[in-house]
Write a protein that binds this ligand. Sequence first.
Ligand SMILES: [Zn+2]
Length: 490
Amino acid sequence: MPNNLLGCPSCRDTYLAQSGIFSCPERRPGEEHTLQRILDLGARPAESIRNSWKQGSLHTFALLHPLLSGCGLLGYDRYLRILDPITDRLQRMEGRSFEVTPLTAESRLASALGRNGRLWVKNETGNVSGSHKGRHLMATLLYLEALRELRGETARKVLAIYSCGNAALGAAAVARAGGYGLHAFVPEDVDPTVAAMLAERGAFVEKIPRAGTGEGDPCYLAFQEALRQNGWLPFACAGNDNWSNIEGGATLGWEMLMQLGDRSEGIDSVVIQVGGGALARSVAQAFEEALQLGFMRTLPRIHVCQPEGGFPFVRAYLLALAEIARRSGRSFDLRYDKGADPISQLQETAAFARTRPDQIQEAAAFVKGIFDTQVVQLVLNKMADNASHFMWPWDGAAPHSLAHGILDDVTYDWYHLLRAVLRSGGLAEILLEETIRDAYEKAHFHTGIHVCPTGASGLAGLMQLQASGAITPGESVGLFFTGFDRARTQ
Ligand SMILES: [Zn+2]
């Protein structure tokens, strides 16, 4: 039976998935212990995925079962006995279950951007609860149920999540279908529609007031406290507390590349919006695994973007480039003084990114070329050991953006994502608010997809990266429209 391992970048050690841990038992503040699932190649996952895909089913979690640890723990037949009734309940309670979502070549949108290369859009707005978040947590539910079955337990533990909206909704839909109780820690000013939808799904809604910046998200802190005090399980859509959500999110990247394969198409770049980082990390993991398993010959460039109102990941990316450049004797004109006033440091960082795209693009290409060398690997280890020198809670002005779903104080999944971005030669872009608004309007006008501003912000990234020459008009590019636009369609 396949036995997936969980690797920790700080311990540089592995743990067994069947141990039932959700985060590294050795995790310590200031170090990066976010676990990464490592596929058991002895189970021949490539062959299983090809066979499964050929059979033509549309059910994501049956199709891609070789990638899911819940299936690895139980074997396919027992796994299906858990999956099928949950799928039926989702269908009955939510009116939909997890099926392969559409991937379309959006030629009108491409033309409007002056592009002649293909522009692929993966449309998640019609998925369970209207976003990609449910599929992340479905993998966790299946993992939990597999563990419960293996241990012969009858009781289900209580779950907790923190979120400003879509992740809590996805969690509530999936937890209800699995028969689990869920506490959702949300901001005090949560959208009343979201709060009502959560309550309708039986979630306990815990409203948490906002504090100043610099300390981290108060919802996250309340969530952690509740786990400690009550022994609830982290049903979070972030890999630092819950590695298993990433293998659920990775089904999104796998669907995209299998759908492209069916049409004999490839992809040169993806541009992915980043808040907590789970989405982009999941897609990156899918692509890296697909490369390892022979489904693609080269890794597409993985570009990411964050709003100017909050960009902790872009800061970490630029600091990593600066560190590698310094050790390689190359010039990189970013100076960041963590001891100085953070607002001015962040403004200068944004100004550097805006005025020196040439230097950043050169550095990214350079790092890609030497990724496997000791210089880069040493810096990656240093980032794991001194995580708080690269990623710390947003300490600028109060985070704000039209794309408010990606204003996380911390990019929880930064480390593995940053590795993949650097390895692929990708860029991390700071989005101007006007580009986010423009992208949202263009997405609606040229595709007809009811995507929210957050879900369309990868398009804003593409627009800016094309303007700076980082992405050429002839490249084939993939985007993820991830959230249904509740505001405009009410
Ligand atoms: Zn560890």
